[in-house]
Write a protein that binds this ligand. Structure first.
Ligand SMILES: C[S@@+](CC[C@H](N)C(=O)[O-])C[C@H]1O[C@@H](n2cnc3c(N)ncnc32)[C@H](O)[C@@H]1O
Length: 196
């Protein structure tokens, strides 16, 4: 195999993903109940499957994407809208100094470390992160963040929500900061069901 072909195969594996269906992306954003004007980080924004619905919900979005062509696509596609595109590695991102939320479908490799790091952010209010079900279940069992957070399984996202369908089911990991009373703070209830 030529060096170029080898590089292309490697980069396909490293960058490839199963794009999220538009209707499911909208459902994830709707379930997160983002409020108008909130600062929301889309970590691993890809081609903006979640960025678009977040902007439509009135959020100010910080979209982080490492792949240069995807970052450029985001800049062009959402030009003039309330989005800042940051071409950077998630491992190097500093969390904002003001209150923020996360609604994201990050790369599955390294999501557990990402969520753990996220929970150290003083200004994080809430996070809705699409993960492989098994990784999300492990995080819920681990209860990271020393009691400052409620970490639970949210919206189940079936394989058919992606094309092509991946091998495993996914779920939105739902993270909410606890208030003094122990109840989740600062986010309205899940919009569609009003009770989860
Ligand atoms: C699972 S895809 C999700 C894309 C998009 N959010 C969606 O739902 O369709 C993850 C994205 O993260 C990007 N990515 C991979 N590693 C990254 C890293 N270390 N830092 C930032 N972005 C990364 C990939 O280029 C890809 O676009």
């Amino acid at each position: 195999m030529s060096e170029t072909a080898h590089r292309t195969r490697r980069s396909r594996r490293a960058w490839g993903w199963h794009p999220l269906d538009e209707a499911w992306a909208r459902r994830i954003v709707e379930t997160a109940a983002v409020r108008r004007g909130e600062l929301v980080l889309d970590l691993g924004a890809g081609l903006g499957a979640l960025t678009g619905p977040l902007l439509d919900a009135g959020a100010r979005v910080l979209a982080v994407e490492l792949h240069p062509a995807r970052a450029e696509w985001l800049r062009t596609s959402f030009a003039g809208r309330a989005v800042t595109v940051v071409e950077a590695d998630l491992a190097d991102v500093y969390w904002p100094g003001r209150p923020f939320r996360v609604v994201a479908s990050p790369p599955y490799a390294g999501t557990t470390a990402l969520v753990r790091r996220l929970l150290t952010a003083r200004t994080l209010v809430a996070a809705d992160v699409l993960l492989q079900r098994s990784a999300a279940q492990r995080l819920v069992a681990e209860r990271p963040g020393s009691g400052r957070w409620t970490v639970s399984l949210g919206l189940p996202v079936p394989r058919r929500a992606f094309s092509p369908p991946p091998r495993t089911d996914s779920v939105v990991l739902r993270v909410r900061r606890r208030g003094r009373s122990g109840r989740p703070l600062g986010v309205s209830r899940c919009a569609p069901c009003r009770g989860c």
